[in-house]
Write a protein that binds this ligand. Structure first.
Ligand code: NDP
Length: 291
């Protein structure tokens, strides 16, 4: 028999999770603040609980996928968590993950926090490569690993309950930077006789070719030698700053997404680190190192 799952939250992501478990034969009890969204899942075989507390009482394994950490606290306020295994797939900060773990522990529950690296269509589709970071109670994770692996791949990142969120937000932050660059690039060519659909493959190819640079960054960070293996020195890159800014100006594009990064580059060179590449700029970002 498959492990029964209680799921709080039938939003876009919660519904996708519920469908994956239902399709794999897991009994699912679902609760949603707005009942209509849970009703759609009832037609597909889920049991609908009248309250979050009733849903929590139904099964030992309780998965929560709500909007934010505050909604998790609100939804679980009246629930008896004693003896429950709580898996929180709501996106939050590392601090929220740690606080939620203590909160759950004080109520007698084991706790695991998760960070979903997938969009709803990737849930229940193993070939999509979507996965979830997990951290917190390793016992809980091991016990429910097979069930948790049904909607998406699983990656355990440690017993610190803040680590799932930290990994999640770190990857999403890198993505933000990448999309900022992509937007600036499209803005530069916009209005010229360059079709976005012709430009897109060039952009994707270039980003893909540059992505492995993260491994050199990692090596430099681990050795502490930011000059090791440098092929594009920061001095050379900084010399190109006016070219970036003047091109933006010529194309009538705001440089606001680029400027902070270029400023950081300038600052690092001004401090005498022109022989490094970009890695050493981390010292300027790290507020602990800076103070
Ligand atoms: P939706 O906006 O589709 O759903 C939000 C859910 O939260 C709904 O079930 C909503 O209930 C519920 N909710 C909001 N506020 C409260 C509250 N105060 N009390 C109780 N329930 C509340 O969001 P998603 O399902 O897409 O996202 C859920 C989580 O999954 C988020 O943390 C998100 O960051 C994460 N995630 C989503 C991804 C995506 O692409 N969608 C990707 C990766 C992670 P109601 O129906 O009553 O409004």
């Amino acid at each position: 028999p498959r492990t029964p799952v209680t799921l709080l939250g039938a939003g876009a992501m919660g519904s996708a999770l519920a469908r994956a478990w239902l399709a794999a034969g897991h009994p699912v009890t679902v609760w949603n603040r707005t009942p209509a969204r849970a009703e759609a899942l009832a037609a597909e075989g889920a049991a609908v609980a009248p309250s979050a507390a009733a849903a929590v009482a139904a099964n030992r394994l309780v998965v929560v996928c709500l909007l934010d950490d505050a909604s998790v606290g609100e939804a679980l306020d009246a629930a008896d968590l004693a003896g429950r295994d709580l898996v929180n797939l709501t996106t939050g900060t590392p601090g929220e993950g740690r606080a939620r773990a203590s909160w759950a522990g004080a109520r007698g529950a084991r706790f695991v926090d998760g960070g979903i690296m997938a969009v709803p269509p990737m849930i229940g589709a193993p070939e999509s490569g979507g996965y979830v970071f997990y951290s917190g109670s390793h016992e809980l994770f091991e016990e429910h690993r097979d069930t948790l692996a049904v909607p998406a791949g699983t990656r355990w990142v440690g017993s610190d309950p803040g680590f799932a969120a930290l990994h999640d937000v770190a990857l999403l932050s890198a993505m933000n930077g990448m999309f900022a660059g992509v937007l600036h690039a499209f803005a530069l060519v916009r209005g010229e006789d360059i079709a976005p659909k012709d430009f897109a493959p060039l952009l994707a190819g270039w980003l893909t070719a540059m992505a492995p640079a993260v491994h050199q960054t990692a090596e430099q960070l681990q050795s502490g030698d930011y000059t090791k293996g440098v092929v594009s020195s920061l001095a050379m890159q900084a010399a190109g700053i006016p070219t970036f800014l003047r091109t933006a100006e010529e194309q009538r594009v705001s440089p606001e997404l680029l400027t902070p990064y270029l400023e950081l580059m300038r600052e690092r060179v001004a401090r005498g680190h022109g022989d490094e590449d970009g890695t050493g700029m981390i010292e300027l970002l790290d507020l602990r190192a800076r103070s």
